[in-house]
Design a protein around this ligand. Structure first.
Ligand code: GLV
Ligand code: MG
Length: 343
């Protein structure tokens, strides 16, 4: 099977290249669990194989009094669940550590790398402000990995949830070869920016545009179009990640009951270039697995274009639409994703 690399070989001159080829493992849903919550933790082993990523959360949503219990719970679950995490397991194991200015983070990193470093795939770092935060984690991880004799580097994922982090987005993405991706942190980011929404992700009924007035119709007939509060930030994330060869993700969608709006948000993120999202409830896993994969129609169409384009140059007409070298590359994105998910 040809890949986009066969058609698109960028000149190495001046173009920023990813330092490390980050393994493109499926990560459509990153399902959060609180390892200090025994009921929730007990379900983790049964979820292995049915979700791409299980993430033991140590930061926000875990009570201050439970921080040690959460850390210890994550160590225990990782050790007891043979198939979870590591290079070849069906479900990756990630964690979200406490913030770098918190009293817990040093023990989070020291304990987790020492005890379960061979199983941990990715460490999510919250409230990243700039490259210096990633440099600190990177250096500490290198020391801890060397001491523990680990051969596989643990990757790092930054949550974008401060205005300063957004301003420094490119340098954060390129701060270390360990950088795996970025997630949107809409709740913290909204607070930091002093946005006037109290929702965790998603749209807002007040954020809209309205069609022009019609002199023959009362104002009540004017159509309103709700806009996406997060479009700007997600678009910036997608560009910064693509530039550095790492992966962008939507973050939390807090209204668990509103599965329709959740699916819309996830789909917008997928269409813009995100590879996955957080899941806060098992029903969001099903939505994410469906949405962050090309549809059967998209794959069929993409394969037809690849076949019709022969050597990959020139233009052809298919169903009255023009296809050329550039639309072939778009189709290869779909085909490669479909193959990765089917593997
Ligand atoms: C996630 O951590 C958020 O702040 O939205
Ligand atoms: Mg947050």
């Amino acid at each position: 099977m040809r890949s986009s690399k066969d058609f698109f070989r960028p000149l190495a001159v001046g173009a920023p290249q990813p330092v490390t080829e980050i393994p493109a493992r499926p990560s459509r849903a990153i399902h959060f669990f609180d390892p200090s919550n025994e009921k929730m933790a007990a379900k983790v082993p049964q979820m292995v194989g049915s979700v791409d990523v299980l993430l033991g959360n140590l930061e926000d949503a875990v009570k201050a009094d439970n921080k040690e219990a959460a850390r210890a719970g994550l160590v225990r679950i990782a050790k007891e669940t043979a198939e979870l995490g590591g290079q070849s397991g069906p479900t990756q194991l990630w964690t979200r550590i406490n913030a770098l200015d918190s009293p817990w983070v040093l023990d989070d990193l020291t304990t987790l790398v020492t005890e379960i470093g061979d199983k941990l795939d990715v460490i999510m770092v919250p409230k990243v402000q700039g490259a210096e935060d990633i440099h600190y984690v990177d250096r500490l991880l290198a020391q801890l990995e060397a001491r523990a004799g680990l051969e596989r580097p643990i990757l790092v994922h930054a949550i974008l949830e401060t205005a300063r982090g957004v301003a420094n987005i490119e340098e954060i993405c390129g701060a270390s070869p360990r950088m795996q991706g970025l997630s949107l942190g809409p709740a913290d980011l909204a607070a930091d920016r002093r946005m006037k929404t109290t929702r965790v992700g998603g749209g807002h009924p007040g954020y809209l545009v309205r069609s022009d007035p019609d002199p023959d119709q009362p104002d009540a007939h004017r159509t309103t179009y709700q806009q996406d509060l997060w479009h700007y930030t997600i678009a910036r994330m997608v560009d910064a990640c693509a530039m550095h060869g790492i992966y962008p993700y939507y973050g939390p969608f807090g209204d668990i009951a509103d599965v329709v709006a959740c699916e819309d948000q996830f789909r917008n993120a997928f269409l813009l270039g995100c590879v996955g999202t957080w899941s806060l409830h098992p029903k969001q896993i099903e939505i994410a697995n469906r949405v962050f994969a090309p549809s059967a129609d998209d794959i069929r169409h993409a394969r037809r274009v690849v076949a019709a384009m022969g050597d990959g140059t020139g233009a052809v007409m298919l169903d009255g639409k023009m296809e050329d070298d550039a639309s072939l590359k778009q189709c290869l994105v779909m085909v490669e994703l479909a193959e990765q998910l089917a593997a």
